[in-house]
Design a protein around this ligand. Structure first.
Ligand code: UDX
Length: 434
């Protein structure tokens, strides 16, 4: 199967490399000439475990190539995936579909022979219809159909998620497209992931519903954590106590500083808009989005409270900047809000992250960036663990205590056992537990 992947960002690159690894011939296309040059030199523009090796081996095997020239790639392809960005539109929170529609027009111009066009980008319900309309108008003669096939990739675990998916959702009612999609995902049959064939609109909505549900689950446990703090209960034990009920499940019940990243914040807001406009507002998701935003600010208050109510003139050390571990992605990271609030309250912030310092630097110009966790803790009046990188799970706490000005740890990811930290003479504050 010959595949063209339009957009070589996070989703396009991971999907393209994985499809190539399945044995398909893949060309990843991007308008960003510098990015394509970088990829051709074997440099990966994002941090994603295992991606570099996957790209390298598939390029070497001749199954994966990069180009900024869309037309020849589409011309040869049996299947063309649209994996361009759909950022939040400034002002109204709607998904900005201009890149999707631009890609649709470029693809239409280059079509040759029966081609399946697949939207992998997260797009609001009805976008597939519009893509099809735009393309038919541009190329009434062309033989193609538009399919929805959302991705469910977690950053940091994207290759694993791609190769061992819980399910694959495909929105098409076109028999030949169904065969093509089956063929594309055939190499996965050994693990037998369910492929759900449905109509295009249902597929598009499934993606938003999945992310909104996960965001709701996180927000639910975050509010239960707040209640635990008030009533002397332990949120981790509550999470386990409810999670072992199969109907609930133990995953996505880790309380913390609020969800961030490139998907949940954007997709919840886009779903809210779609639902309002359709006259079926989803009030639970409206609340989730509002609660999560407020939480990031409230968490800064928690840090300040742990510093005896004021951080004015104090030094706060922040471990972890990315919105979650194993990524360098700073989009909607809680650390952005926490740093801004601490600085506004008069603190000097010094920070360390294993991967995201270069991304963070322009976003938090007043922060001092450090080379490792111990340098970061040096001279600090409080140490905040904001992202649960493995590297932070087994710090030498005695060494940390020696270098800090005051032994105060605020563990926003509950990665330590309170008694282990307190035994070493720290004041220790975590989320939803004593
Ligand atoms: C998410 C979805 O999981 C994925 O299926 C979708 O395609 C894209 O969005 P991602 O944003 O990469 O993936 O990360 P995820 O691991 O889902 O975490 C999102 C946010 O939720 C992070 O900020 C994380 O710290 C937070 N989170 C997650 C919690 O606070 N608690 C949890 O229990 C789980």
């Amino acid at each position: 199967m010959r595949i063209a992947m339009i957009g070589s960002g996070y989703v396009g690159l991971v999907s393209g490399a994985c499809f190539a690894d399945f044995g398909h011939i893949v060309t990843c296309v991007d308008k960003d000439v510098d990015k394509i040059e970088q990829l051709r030199r074997g440099e990966i523009p994002i941090f994603e475990p295992g991606l570099g090796e996957l790209v390298e081996s598939n390029v070497a095997e001749g199954r994966l190539a990069f180009t900024s020239d869309l037309a020849p790639a589409v011309h040869e392809a049996d299947a063309v995936f649209i994996a361009v960005g759909t950022p939040s539109r400034r002002g109204d929170g709607h998904a900005d579909l201009s890149y999707v529609y631009e890609a649709a027009l470029d693809i239409a111009a280059a079509l040759d022979g029966f081609t399946v066009i697949i939207t992998k980008s997260t797009v609001p319900v009805g976008t597939g219809d519009e893509v099809e309309r735009i393309m038919r108008e541009a190329r009434p003669d062309a033989d193609f159909t538009v399919v929805s096939n959302p991705e469910f990739l977690r950053e940091g675990a994207a290759i694993l998620d791609f190769k061992r998916p819980d399910r694959i959702v495909v929105g098409t009612e076109h028999a030949r497209a169904r065969e093509v999609m089956q063929e594309i995902y055939r190499p996965l049959y050994i693990n037998q992931p369910p492929i759900i064939f449905t109509n295009r609109r249902t597929s598009e909505l499934t993606k938003y519903a999945a992310n909104a549900f996960l965001a709701t689950k996180i927000t639910f446990i975050n509010e239960i954590a707040d209640l635990c703090e008030r009533v002397g209960a332990n949120v981790q034990e509550v999470a386990r106590g409810i999670g072992l009920d199969n109907r609930i499940g133990t995953k996505f019940l880790h309380a913390g500083p609020g969800y961030g990243g490139s998907c949940f914040p954007k997709d919840t807001v886009a779903l809210i808009k779609t639902a309002q406009e359709a006259g079926a507002p989803i009030r639970i998701v409206e609340t989730v989005a509002a609660v999560n935003e407020a939480r990031k600010r409230a968490i800064a208050g928690k840090v300040i409270a742990a510093c005896d109510g004021s951080v004015a003139g104090k030094k706060v050390a922040l471990l972890g900047l990315a919105f979650k571990p194993n990524t360098d992605d700073m989009r909607e990271a809680p650390s952005l809000v926490i740093v801004a609030a601490l600085e506004a309250a008069g603190a000097g912030v010094q920070a360390f992250d294993p991967e995201s310092i270069e991304q963070a630097r322009p976003l938090m110009p007043k922060v001092t960036f450090c080379a490792n966790p111990y340098a970061c803790a040096t001279g600090a009046d409080a140490l905040v663990i904001a992202t649960e990188w493995d590297a932070f799970r087994a710090l030498d706490l005695d060494r940390i205590k020696k270098v800090m000005a005051r032994p105060v740890i605020i563990d926003l990811r509950n990665i330590y056992r309170p008694q282990d930290v307190r035994r070493r003479g720290f004041t220790y504050v975590s989320v939803g537990r004593d």
